[in-house]
Design a binder for this molecule. Structure first.
Ligand SMILES: C[S@@+](CC[C@H](N)C(=O)[O-])C[C@H]1O[C@@H](n2cnc3c(N)ncnc32)[C@H](O)[C@@H]1O
Length: 232
């Protein structure tokens, strides 16, 4: 039997209230990478399940735990799962900025009412800033620089526009803000059958110019795959 839309909306909103309650209760706790990933792929977190393979994301979470970023910028918030992970493994006083274009391509963004849920991810003294705008717009970039207040980015996650031109633009605009030793991470580096999903083309051009890592479950999986470069 099909559940009417208004009932499923009520259930979803209840699920998010429960999630917020967990966030409020655990705000001052430590979240090592293992705990973070176990929670993220559990039933209570099903409304924020990331669009990622667990095996690949676990390796990224381990890297981030070592880096303990103070400043995180994410392009592509969507369900909030990758923002949640970043908030758990970032420094206790980290600034996390996540950009997503409402109804954007490659995922569609998220509705306004999820804003308080995503803000509730902040732990201890962290600050989360949600930017609901186009990462390619000059004003988005200028506003981001104001929010950073001169601080460099430690971890930049690029998972927004997946076209070749789009991902290249994100890289060219935001990579100069990443500090030497900081990391830039791309999602969807595996060759994709959809002609408009071309992150892999940029990845293959870029990676050899840097110290790089690839977290890929299976090179024949036709989607996903995480690529990481370290800035010189
Ligand atoms: C694949 S989803 C992100 C998935 C998320 N990081 C995760 O792993 O769960 C891509 C998101 O990027 C957003 N997006 C696409 N183009 C964008 C742009 N130019 N600026 C900002 N966000 C964009 C879409 O709205 C979509 O929500």
């Amino acid at each position: 039997m099909k559940v009417p839309a208004f009932i499923s909306n009520i259930l979803i909103r209840r699920g998010f209230s429960r999630l917020r309650a967990v966030m409020d209760k655990t705000r001052n706790e430590d979240w090592p990478a293992k705990r973070t990933m176990d929670f993220l792929f559990s039933k209570p977190a099903e409304l924020i399940t990331p669009w990622q393979f667990r095996e690949e994301m676990e390796q990224l979470a381990d890297e981030l735990e070592k880096l303990r970023p103070q400043v995180v910028v994410e392009i592509g918030t969507a369900n909030g799962g990758t923002l949640f992970m970043a908030s758990r493994v970032a420094a206790d006083d980290a600034l996390l900025i996540s950009i997503d274009l409402p109804q954007g391509p490659y995922g569609g963004g998220y509705p306004e009412w999820k804003v308080p849920v995503y803000n509730s991810f902040s732990r201890r003294k962290q600050k989360i800033e949600l930017v609901r705008d186009d990462s390619h717009a000059a004003h988005t970039f200028e506003n981001l620089k104001k929010s950073l207040g001169g601080k460099p980015i430690d971890y930049l996650f690029i998972d927004g526009d997946h076209s070749y031109a789009g991902v290249k633009q994100d890289f060219e605009m935001y990579s100069p803000l990443v500090r030497p030793g900081g990391i830039i991470v791309f999602h969807d580096i595996v060759t994709h059958p959809d002609e408009s999903t071309n992150v892999y083309k940029l990845w293959n051009e870029l990676k050899t110019g840097y110290e790089y890592r690839e977290f890929v479950k299976d090179w024949n999986q036709k989607c996903f795959g995480i690529g990481l470069i370290r800035m010189k």
